[in-house]
Design a protein around this ligand. Structure first.
Ligand SMILES: Nc1ncnc2c1ncn2[C@@H]1O[C@H](COP(=O)(O)OP(=O)(O)OP(=O)(O)O)[C@@H](O)[C@H]1O
Length: 348
């Protein structure tokens, strides 16, 4: 059957061929499909577009087993994929997952494994501009660093040779609802999306509607702002990488004295950048503010050890600023501990 081209197909098509996404001809793609309207809309559009570029499309579904109907829904979703001649894969969590953060971590580790097994170069998720606005508002409320305001980047490296892309960031949630209706796609609703125990859901159902009433188009503009921040972050990253080279000793340790001589904002950015390179997740603004006095007073060799202990103790109560894990019921404080034992040493 001839593809049903629409303005939405064209918009997605342009997005997929744009930097930094740039899906090459013949690419092997793994699409994460929850069965909700966003991922179904992306699946529907890709089904038509893939023929143009000879993309090989696989679908992956993660069954969290949060609800009784979950197995049946997973089954129906796989049947739908089969009817569309798409190869589909499903993983089921053995014991029910209770936190969004744990569920997300599990999904990404499955996607990573599956993409490797299928030799896929790209993993696609169906985050929309509306998801982006919600995430920005969440991060703002938690006092995010600027990076958190550039969140839900359109593309990033998932693991070596596998890129995670979010091609639907140029669509809103009302677009995906319309696309599903127009393409006659089935949707499996997830009641947890309206559960008020998640702060994201309250931002979606209470905060954004008020902002839209006050300033129509607010959600779209917040997402556009995040996109702009993402581009600025990228160019700033290049400058930071260059500057960081001048602050590293031969052993790749950061030279404390030289770092402390730099103005506060750039100093913070350089420290965050260096920590990230060492695999340590970024600290929040409040944590950084508490860390500096410790680094400023010279306490000899133990100085970094003290800073490290401080971070470990914050760790128990921290608020994640970039990728904040959300916990059932508590509106934001995280429940998983990052590996701060790996905090790298600064030079004395
Ligand atoms: N159960 C699932 N199975 C497969 N893919 C999923 C599942 N849940 C979410 N996804 C993928 O992730 C996208 C975003 O979903 P959602 O916003 O619910 O997750 P999230 O936890 O906020 O994701 P992230 O942490 O990546 O921001 C979906 O559009 C879909 O592509």
């Amino acid at each position: 059957m001839a593809p049903r081209w629409s303005a939405d197909h064209l918009r997605l098509h342009q997005q997929l061929l744009r930097q930094p996404l740039l899906l090459p001809q013949g690419a092997r793609l793994l699409l994460a499909v929850s069965g909700g309207q966003d991922s179904m809309a992306l699946a529907g559009l890709l089904l038509d577009l893939k023929r143009l570029h000879h993309w090989c499309l696989h679908i992956w579904h993660g069954n969290h087993r949060w609800r009784q109907e979950a197995n049946q829904q997973a089954e129906q979703l796989l049947q739908w994929a089969e009817s569309q001649e798409i190869e589909s894969h499903c993983d089921s969590w053995q014991t029910p997952i209770h936190t969004e953060a744990a569920a997300r971590e599990w999904r990404y580790s499955c996607l990573e494994k599956q993409a490797k097994a299928l030799a896929c170069s790209h993993v696609l998720t169906a985050h929309t501009a509306t998801d982006r606005s919600e995430t920005v508002l969440l991060h703002l409320a938690r006092g995010s660093h600027r990076k958190g305001l550039a969140s839900l980047s359109s593309a990033r490296t998932l693991v070596e040779n596998i890129t995670l892309v979010r091609p639907l960031l140029c669509f809103s949630r009302s677009d995906t609802s319309r696309i599903c209706a127009e393409l006659g796609l089935p949707i499996w609703l997830d009641p947890s999306n309206t559960d008020p125990r998640f702060s994201r859901n309250r931002i979606r159902t209470e905060v954004l509607p008020v902002l839209e009433q006050l300033h129509p188009g607010a959600s779209r503009r917040i997402a556009a702002m995040a996109e702009r921040f993402e581009a600025e972050e990228e160019s700033q990253q290049q400058l930071l990488d260059l500057a960081l080279q001048t602050l590293l000793g031969a052993d790749q340790k950061l030279k404390r004295r030289e770092l402390m001589a730099i103005g506060q904002v750039n100093r913070e950015l350089l420290l965050l950048n260096w920590l990230q390179r060492q695999g340590v997740e970024p600290l929040g603004v409040e944590q950084l503010n508490q860390l500096w006095p410790q680094l400023e007073i010279s306490r000899g060799a133990n100085q970094m050890e003290l800073a490290k202990q401080q971070i470990l103790s914050w760790n128990k109560h921290y608020l994640w600023l970039i990728n904040p894990p959300l916990r059932w019921g508590d509106g934001g404080a995280g429940d998983y501990l990052p590996q701060f034992e790996q905090l790298p040493e600064l030079q004395a």
